[in-house]
Design a protein around this ligand. Structure first.
Ligand SMILES: Nc1ncnc2c1ncn2[C@@H]1O[C@H](COP(=O)(O)OP(=O)(O)OP(=O)(O)O)[C@@H](O)[C@H]1O
Length: 243
């Protein structure tokens, strides 16, 4: 995290967010909070606006109104690289890998501006989460399997020790055992480091395993938010996501 961060309390506070592309509004009047140390999953079927919501938060969607605060900083419309400097990790759905560079070079690039001694320890911790990457350090990222690329994208976000982690459909295309591993990693990061987490997902079981609350996004609006330990919550969410 950069030295001039204004706050240690990186919750996320979204108010009246509208976002879209050109004339089309995709996200409508979305408001929610992720408290410090809390995890919120936003679930929704294909095309309901999950990615657009996260992109709008990270300053990537075409047109955005409303406000986004990270801790006590108003970051509405700020470019992603400036939001990341506050201590936010962002694992985008398409990933943001340097596909022509090796896994090791990608890891190095992600931590270029951080103190070296500290980074080495963190790199070990992150690679311990995904040992398969250790065997792929000298392979170019573009030649990794889809699942391996997802693990690398998450690893890059984790390397910088974010206080707030924002991840977009990390389970998409992953085999069940790797989804389980991702769940273990996110739970471990919450327990060990107390991170705040916003995850867009279609996988109800992963969402319930990791998140404290789950919000349902339909046609760009949050239509309900449920506690992940509430009775009947899985059935409720499966119904909401049914075609
Ligand atoms: N760059 C873009 N330009 C125009 N429309 C877009 C753009 N990106 C997404 N959309 C549209 O916005 C709507 C929401 O898409 P989005 O990718 O946010 O949904 P999603 O819930 O993440 O879906 P999925 O689970 O399939 O990834 C869709 O109708 C999509 O076609």
């Amino acid at each position: 995290m950069s030295a001039n961060v204004t706050t240690e309390t990186l919750g996320l506070h979204v108010r009246d967010l509208d976002a879209g592309y050109g004339a089309a509004t995709v996200i409508r009047e979305v408001s929610f909070d992720v408290a410090v140390g809390e995890a919120l999953a936003v679930v929704g079927r294909n095309g309901m606006g999950k990615t657009t919501l996260l992109k709008a938060i990270m300053g990537h969607a075409g047109r955005t109104t409303g406000t986004v605060r990270v801790g006590d900083s108003d970051v509405t419309g700020r470019p992603a690289h400036r939001i990341v400097r506050l201590g936010v990790g962002y694992a985008a759905q398409e990933g943001n890998l340097f596909t022509d560079l090796t896994v090791a070079e990608n890891l190095q690039a992600a931590t270029m501006h951080l103190p070296r001694g500290h980074t080495a320890k963190r790199r070990e911790e992150v690679l311990a989460y995904f040992p398969v990457l250790t065997n792929r350090l000298w392979q170019t990222a573009g030649t990794l399997s889809g699942g391996e690329q997802k693990m690398l994208v998450l690893s890059l976000a984790l390397l910088r020790e974010p206080r707030l982690l924002i991840i977009d459909e990390i389970s998409d295309g992953l085999q069940p055992s790797v989804v389980d591993t991702v769940g273990d990693v996110l739970r471990a990061e919450r327990e060990r480091r107390g991170i705040s987490l916003l995850m867009a997902e279609q996988n109800v079981d992963l969402s319930l395993r990791v998140a404290d609350r789950v919000a349902v996004l339909k046609l760009g609006r949050i239509v309900s938010t449920v506690d992940s330990t509430a009775e009947g919550v899985r059935d409720h969410l499966m119904k909401e996501l049914a075609p």
